[in-house]
Every structure is written in structure tokens, then in C-alpha cells.
Design a protein around this ligand. Sequence first.
Ligand code: NAI
Length: 299
Amino acid sequence: MATSSSLNAIKHITVVGGGLMGSGIAQVAAQSGNRVTLVDISPDVLKKSQDSIQKSLGRVAKKLYKDNPTEGEKLVKTALASIEVSTDLQAAVKTTDLVIEAIVENLEAKHKLFASIDDVAPASTIFASNTSSLSIGEIASVTKRKDRFGGLHFFNPVPVMKLLEVIRIPETSDETYNTLMEWGKAIGKTCITCKDTPGFVVNRLLVPYMSEAVRLLERGDASARDIDIAMKLGAGYPMGPIELADYVGHDTTKSILDGWHKKFPDNPVFKPTETLNKLVKEENWVLKQEKDSISITSS
Ligand code: NAI
């Protein structure tokens, strides 16, 4: 299934973090012909990742090869055989072409990780982070390879979502950037390019949009149901902003907003909302759509 010359440059990738995003990234890369090492600190997580990758590959194979189950089985088998799992990051990066970090959204943890592999990975290896909200430049600052550093921001679920945001920091070389763009295309994504701005393109627009919808609700300007219907039928969005906020998870949205607000206190669109703070405190609570006023109900 390899489609582009970039798979000549990138043959082996190491995905660090075997959670939701890391396992998706490992899957799409393996499906496209990369050899993949998926690394996590937890062997249990890696076992779960392998199971979820297998199931997800099964779904892909069924869709792609509806009338040819033998080919479908081959795809699953080949992709699974291309993925090895490991808890030994240092060993994994020794011969890798690209490291994609998808661990917890915490700058210190990401610094620790990249600092620990900078002297171990070959000089030619490109480092990338899948961070949603942190600065790629700040993450890269602990390495001596800023020219071979970039952002690769995937979307959940990775095997389904077509977009890949490729982020350049000022130091990213043209060669690194072109390799990342080509690799993104080769794994079947549509790539867009973006500077290292908070939230890149999608989250920079989406996060303030969701919190502005919550502010409408807080002021009692409209009900949750009406806000969602308005944006679906009036703007053609597949999901309303309140529904979307529940889907993304209020803890995720709050932690992104809190981080940006701390860094850019004068930007009003990054200001956290009271309702969001309350929702996060009261775990498993969701914004409900039926009522006319703010309605926070246990899920
Ligand atoms: P997750 O919590 O599902 O997975 C994180 C994994 O990293 C865990 O399995 C954990 O054991 C592992 N981990 C933590 N520290 C590690 C270390 N030092 N070395 C190796 N493994 C380590 O998180 P998720 O949702 O997959 O997110 C990962 C990254 O992707 C975050 O930076 C997040 O902001 C970003 N992201 C998340 C999206 C989402 O929709 N969840 C979308 C796009 C980006």
C-alpha cells in the first residue's frame, strides 16, 4: 500500500506512547508499509494497543476488501507483523528514521523524553510531537536537532480522520519539512502546514468556538439544544459545539484553555469558563441538550 517516495526516506518509525493516539498512528503507518516500533512505559498498555490495532485493522480490511476477504486478511496480517512493541525506548530509536511522540500532554514529560533520546538516535532521525496544545518549539528546545524537529498533529480516531497538521518551527529544515509532508501523504493523510501557533489551525479555532458556545449557555442567551441545532442547520456542522464539547471531554478542553490562558492572559478567547471548571470538578457530568437553561447532568 506504500504510495510515495517518502517511504524510501522513512522506513522505520518509533511511536512513543501506546494510548489512543499512538496506537492509531502506529496502525496507519504499518498499514502503509512502515516498520513500526510502538513504545510505552506500560506493558499492559502495549497489550491493549495491540488488541485495539488488530480490531481496527479488521474494520479497515472489511471496508477496503468487502468482496475479497483473503486480501483483507493479508492486510491485517502484514500490518500486524510490521508492528513490534517495546518498553525500551533507547533501543527502539537506535535505528529509526522518525520518532513520533504521543505521550501525556505535559511539557516536562515530553522534555524528559526527547532529551533522553537526542544522543542515542542517529543524527538523521527526525523527531516529531503529536501535541495538541503545547508549543513545538518549546518541546524541541531540549534537543540539538531543531532542524530535524516538527509537529505531526493527528486527529482522533487516527485511522479514520483524514487530516494531518504538519507544524514547522523556524529551525525546521526544508528537507525535514518535505520529508514529513511526503510521509503524511504516503500514509494516506491530507496534510496542511502551520506555524507553531497555539492549537495550530483546528484546535485554535475549535477550542475557543466550544468555549464561546458554553458562554452563550452561561448567559442564558440560548439553550444547549438550540445552540447545537443552530450550528448544525445554520452552519452545516455535523455536530453542535455543546455535543462536541461533551465528545472531546471537558477535562481536555479545560486543560488546553488553562494552559493557553496562563501563557496568554490578555487573550479573551483563551479564558476558561465557570461551567467548564464545574464540569471537570464533577466527573462524568455532561452538558445536556434538552433543557432551556444550563443543564449539567450525570452521564
Ligand atoms: P493517552 O493517555 O491515551 O496515551 C498516552 C500514553 O503515553 C499512555 O499509554 C502512557 O502510558 C504513555 N506514556 C506516558 N509517559 C510515557 C513515556 N515517558 N514514555 C512512553 N510512554 C509514555 O493519550 P492520547 O490521547 O493518546 O494523547 C497523546 C498525545 O497526543 C498528547 O500529547 C495529546 O495532546 C495528543 N493528541 C491527543 C488527541 C486526542 O484526541 N486524544 C488528538 C491529537 C493529539
